[in-house]
Design a binder for this molecule. Structure first.
Ligand code: NAP
Ligand code: HSE
Length: 434
């Protein structure tokens, strides 16, 4: 059993960074034993913004610096852990670490999804890995599962609930009847949401993770500019209730689906899912990723998708890989330049569409005839008894529509919006059968 100490430069000592410190304090010896002495790690520098902030944990004051480059340049640092978030300072830090030949461990999905092209190129040129298990689905070891355990499969589909904050908020709105602001505050207090929660609730945090999953599954970095993303900010208690009346739950779903022609459909949006589907029972901060491989068939990965312990646990697994100088896992090296992404207008599902309409005879027929002209079939309607607005002159009408391409639905709804019975824009959810 040989052991040499790997010096760790830890950039960020917030929710996740301080969790990494804690695990190394608590389980450093266990990790050393389990790795047969190849992973002996010592944190040698810690980069933060504010030296005066009161912090969790017992890290000695002399390790802290506000100069992030010290975390990379300190000669006693062999591996750099980036846990500051964002795409500017983090990019510089990671790029410099790679150029210095120091492997990087990061939990920063925004950085890799948006600037991965540059960073993976530097990683390849310098033969220095970037590991990012913590960037997707918190504590679920999904990156290693796709890259290593499922390497013998073509990945046919990935369906994920991969933003803990959104999932937690939707559940609290559904089950506790909380309003959106109260549910968001709970998610922030529990450390699930990002410092700036915008990316959580506008769908982009999940989309970044889906981009990473899709990229490692298909071998090229999916361009984030070509990905369809909608968040949960506009999901209302009314649609959550109607979904429930109809046997569905609302979930922020991220999908990466390979079609038979070799195209890849990638999208993130709040969607209706049958209450009986296995992903419908994924609640709170839990994440789940359902993967279908051509040989594997279907497999489900489930666990805590955010928070200190689960995320730091994933960082530690990458640190072990990095400190043991893995020759088999070089992070992600794209092996294709690009791939064919399916235009969102060509993707087809069935739909829930809610119309707020003037309460007069013939309204249903008016809408149905526009839909019929666009060859869109109606599988059902729902006019909830309590959806009348007693002080207003409109009612809510829900149409369930048969499968059709999204582009065709958009054209039809543009025509429906011209009808004088509409009192506001239609609200659309996809109904996913997965
Ligand atoms: P956080 O609690 O906000 O902590 C960020 C840390 O980085 C703080 O210690 C902060 O310093 C430091 N920092 C930020 N900008 C800096 C700069 N320019 N220079 C020096 N230090 C800087 O964030 P977090 O929740 O730990 O998340 C860290 C990363 O992990 C993010 O990329 C996030 O997306 C990812 N992640 C988080 C979770 C989660 O559940 N929280 C899960 C998966 C992935 P101060 O302490 O002085 O402010
Ligand atoms: N804010 C993220 C979430 C953290 O809620 O899922 C984990 O990436």
């Amino acid at each position: 059993m040989s052991s040499s100490v790997s010096g760790i430069g830890l950039a960020g000592f917030g929710t996740v960074g301080s969790g990494v410190w804690k695990i190394l304090e608590e389980h450093g010896g266990l990790i050393e034993s389990r790795s047969q002495g190849s992973a002996v790690m010592k944190i040698r520098k810690i980069g933060v913004r504010d030296l005066l902030k009161k912090r969790e944990g017992s890290a000695p004051a002399e390790l802290f610096t506000t100069n992030l480059m010290e975390v990379v340049e300190d000669p006693s640092v062999d591996i750099v852990v980036e846990l500051i978030g964002g795409t500017e300072a983090a990019f510089h830090l990671v790029a410099e670490a790679l150029k210095a030949g120091k492997p990087v461990v990061t939990g920063n999905k925004a950085l890799l999804a948006e600037r991965g092209t540059e960073l993976f190129a530097i990683s390849k040129a310098t033969n220095t890995p970037i590991y990012f298990e913590a960037a997707v689905a918190g504590g679920i070891p999904i990156i290693k599962a796709v890259q290593q355990s499922l390497v013998g499969n073509q990945i046919e589909s990935i369906a994920g609930i991969i933003n803990g904050t959104s999932n937690f908020i939707l559940q609290r709105m559904t089950e506790a009847g909380l309003g959106y602001p109260e549910a968001l505050k709970e998610a922030k207090d529990l450390g699930y949401a990002e410092a700036d929660e915008t990316l959580d609730v506008n769908g982009w945090d999940a989309a970044h993770k889906a981009i990473l999953l899709g990229s490692i599954a298909h071998g090229f970095l999916i361009n984030y500019k070509n990905v369809y993303v909608r968040g949960i900010e506009k999901v209302t208690p009314l649609d959550i209730k109607f979904a429930s009346d109809l046997g569905y739950v609302v979930k922020l779903l991220s999908l990466v689906i390979a079609n038979k022609e070799g195209g890849i459909e990638i999208r993130t949006q709040p969607s209706f899912l049958s209450k009986t589907h296995i992903l419908a029972s994924v609640n709170g901060v839990f994440n789940a990723v359902a993967i279908k491989g051509d040989h594997l068939g279907e497999s489900l990965f489930y666990g805590r998708g955010a928070g200190q312990g689960p995320t730091a646990s994933s960082v530690i697994s990458d640190l072990v890989e990095a400190s043991s100088g893995s020759k088999t896992n070089m992070g992600f090296l794209p092996y294709k330049e690009s791939g064919d992404l399916v235009d969102i207008d060509d993707t087809a599902t069935s739909y829930y569409v809610r119309f707020s309409v003037t309460d007069r005879p013939g309204v249903i027929a008016d809408i149905a005839s526009v839909l019929a002209r666009h060859e869109i079939g109606i599988s059902g309607t729902h006019s909830p008894v309590d959806a009348d607005h007693p002080d207003a002159d409109f009612v809510e009408m829900v149409f369930l529509l048969h499968t059709c391409p999204f582009g065709r639905l958009k054209q039809a709804l543009a025509k429906v919006e011209n009808l004088d019975c509409l009192t506001s824009r239609p609200v659309v959810f996809r109904i996913e059968t997965l």
